[in-house]
Design a protein around this ligand. Structure first.
Ligand SMILES: N[C@@H](CCC(=O)N[C@@H](CS)C(=O)NCC(=O)O)C(=O)O
Length: 231
């Protein structure tokens, strides 16, 4: 059975949703990133990047065990393992990968930096908040244009590109975005949000979701010296 080493964050939700969509049996191994579980030896053995998500599939290619980190790589792996959620036509497949990379290289990092400076940073730096807030808006405009031309990011069919992007569009209001201003993104979001597998995926570890402000201890673990300790 696939092990999902994960936590209820947007990057974790990508994997939960994909596993639910594909109906693959999996067990959840919680990695509490506020408590420092990402630095435990058993997790570092799977990923030197000490970030969730990671998976272990004992039944990987050729029946061999595979360990993977980076949510985009995991989504491609799961799609190829099952022959689903990624088009097979070469042009459509590259289009799907293009939008997956757009999420991995643009939406994820920029929205993440917005969250950092607007929510987690102890000092509220106007330049940093404005810079990432502009990127959040710009990226919503790019998505809006694409989704006014196509039903889904890859084209006619729901794919791993949508699964990668959706968890970052959920709760858009937390990034100062009113989805009503981006009707095509809202149409796409609302449709995906109602999928039964998505409803199940976003509930994985929901009981562990942080309520309220980040604590000093969590800030130290994720952004302070803890990450540089020798292990
Ligand atoms: N590019 C990575 C990013 C993973 C990532 O940033 N994960 C965050 C949670 S969403 C994390 O584990 N943070 C732990 C930390 O900051 O120490 C991916 O897509 O898998």
């Amino acid at each position: 059975m696939i092990e999902a080493w994960t936590w209820p964050t947007p990057n974790g939700h990508k994997v939960h949703i994909a596993l639910e969509e594909l109906g693959l049996p999996y067990t959840v191994i919680p990695v509490d990133i506020g408590a420092g579980d990402q630095f435990k030896p058993e997790f570092l053995a799977l990923t030197p990047n000490h970030r969730i998500p990671a998976i272990v599939d004992p039944d990987g290619p050729g029946g061999k065990r595979i360990e993977l980190f980076e949510s985009g790589a995991i989504l491609i792996y799961l799609a190829e393992k099952t022959g689903r959620l990624m088009p097979t036509d070469p042009i459509e497949r590259y289009t799907c990968l293009q939008w997956l990379m757009f999420q991995m290289g643009g939406v994820g990092p920029m929205f993440g930096q917005y969250n950092h400076f607007a929510t987690y940073a102890p000092e509220k730096l106007p330049y940093a908040i404005e810079r990432y807030s502009n990127e959040v808006k710009r990226l919503h405009l790019v998505l809006s244009k694409r989704l006014s031309q196509a039903a889904y990011l890859a084209g006619d069919d729901y794919s791993i590109a949508d699964i990668a992007t959706f968890p970052w569009i959920r709760n858009a209001d937390k990034r100062g975005i009113d989805l009503a201003e981006y009707p095509s993104v809202k149409r796409w979001h609302d449709e995906i949000a109602a999928r039964p597998a998505v409803l199940r995926g976003v509930e994985v570890l929901s009981e562990s979701r942080r309520q309220g402000q980040i604590t000093e201890a969590e800030r130290e673990v994720m952004f302070g010296k803890t990450q540089f300790a020798s292990r």
